[in-house]
Write a protein that binds this ligand. Structure first.
Ligand code: COA
Length: 289
């Protein structure tokens, strides 16, 4: 009967772990060795806000009653180890395997939140734009984009400072020629994206892209495109990770005469990737919706 309780609790643990809690109960059981009852618990501590590349595992095995025979503890202990392995495998799945499977995405978003841009954020967005890009649009363009495409305009916020540290401004273009088929489609356009220098390489632009693409798909986009300077390797690397490919080169696209690549990706190529990353970001508590 008591072994059964171990088994049944073991079965429950994956459900417990899928919640973004900071402490999860790994397993819990009571052993009856004939003389005494012992209580064994294995606890896993996970700091979800650090992101799945930095999960912390602490396994505590507590024996509250000590005088039980070594043989009676072997089985529950092996269940604990087994559960740890399951959890580790889930973490591998969430961290390492997913990273491999979905092209190496890593998020380190402690203290960062992603939410829709509000009118009060426009000053912060313009500040980030001025510091990150030579394409400095007018305030009225930002306001017009906010008015027209509020549902797909996102900001990244440093929670401790309550300041905007990144943004992704998007638009939808209806009934335009597809890059991938001979038909007219709705396209999502990543119009402008930037992350302050001191916050880079933490997955913030990736997270902004995930949220933006997810919502553009929800609004009917069947492909996504953007323009990028031919010299902008960091941004091209970012887009390559999302499966974008160069579909066109536009000579002298930028005001200073530099050419642009137009990069695009069809929805079917990345939708499952976006869904998976979006779910993970939501579990990590990064998304404020
Ligand atoms: N060099 C090479 N690759 C880079 C890079 C760099 N400096 N910065 C980002 N990347 C690529 C990498 O493949 C990276 O994955 P990795 O860290 O696992 O190697 C991937 O992009 C995702 O990086 P992420 O941390 O999500 O991006 P970020 O938050 O650092 O922001 C930009 C990336 C491009 C938005 C940021 O560098 C920026 O604001 N640049 C100036 C504005 C700009 O160029 N906007 C795009 C205009 S089209």
């Amino acid at each position: 009967m008591f072994w059964f309780s171990w088994y049944s609790l073991s079965l429950f643990t994956p459900i417990v772990f899928t919640t973004p809690s900071s402490v999860s109960l790994l397993s819990l059981g009571i052993i009856d060795d004939g003389d005494d009852e012992s209580f064994l618990a294995s606890v896993l501590v996970e700091n979800s806000s650090l992101g799945f590349s930095r999960n912390i595992f602490i396994s505590l095995t507590c024996r509250f009653v000590s005088n039980i025979s070594s043989s009676s503890i072997v089985f529950p202990l092996s269940i604990c180890v087994y559960n740890l392995l399951i959890r580790f495998k889930i973490s591998l799945w969430g961290g390492v395997l997913v990273a491999l499977d979905i092209r190496g995405f890593r998020f380190s978003l402690d203290g960062i939140s992603i939410r829709r841009c509000g009118i009060e954020d426009i000053g912060g967005v313009i500040g980030v734009n001025r510091r990150t890009l030579p394409e400095n649009y007018s305030t009225s363009l930002f306001l017009a984009m906010l008015r027209r495409f509020r549902d797909i305009f996102f900001v990244a916020v440093d929670i401790s400072q309550d300041s905007i540290i990144g943004y992704c401004m998007n638009k939808l273009e209806y009934n335009t020629k597809s890059f991938f088929a001979a038909k007219k489609v709705t396209k999502g356009h990543v119009f402008s994206i930037g992350v302050l220098h001191e916050y880079r390489r933490r997955g913030i632009a990736s997270a902004l892209m995930v949220v933006s693409l997810k919502h553009m798909f929800m609004l009917g986009a069947s492909e996504i495109f953007l323009e990028v300077r031919v010299s902008n390797t960091p941004a091209q690397n970012l887009y390559n990770k999302f499966g974008f490919e160069v579909v066109m080169r536009v000579p002298r696209y930028y005001a200073d005469g530099e050419d642009a690549y137009v990069m695009a990706v069809p929805r079917e190529r990345i939708e499952s990737l976006i869904d998976e990353l979006y779910l993970r970001l939501r579990e990590l508590g990064v998304l404020e919706e």
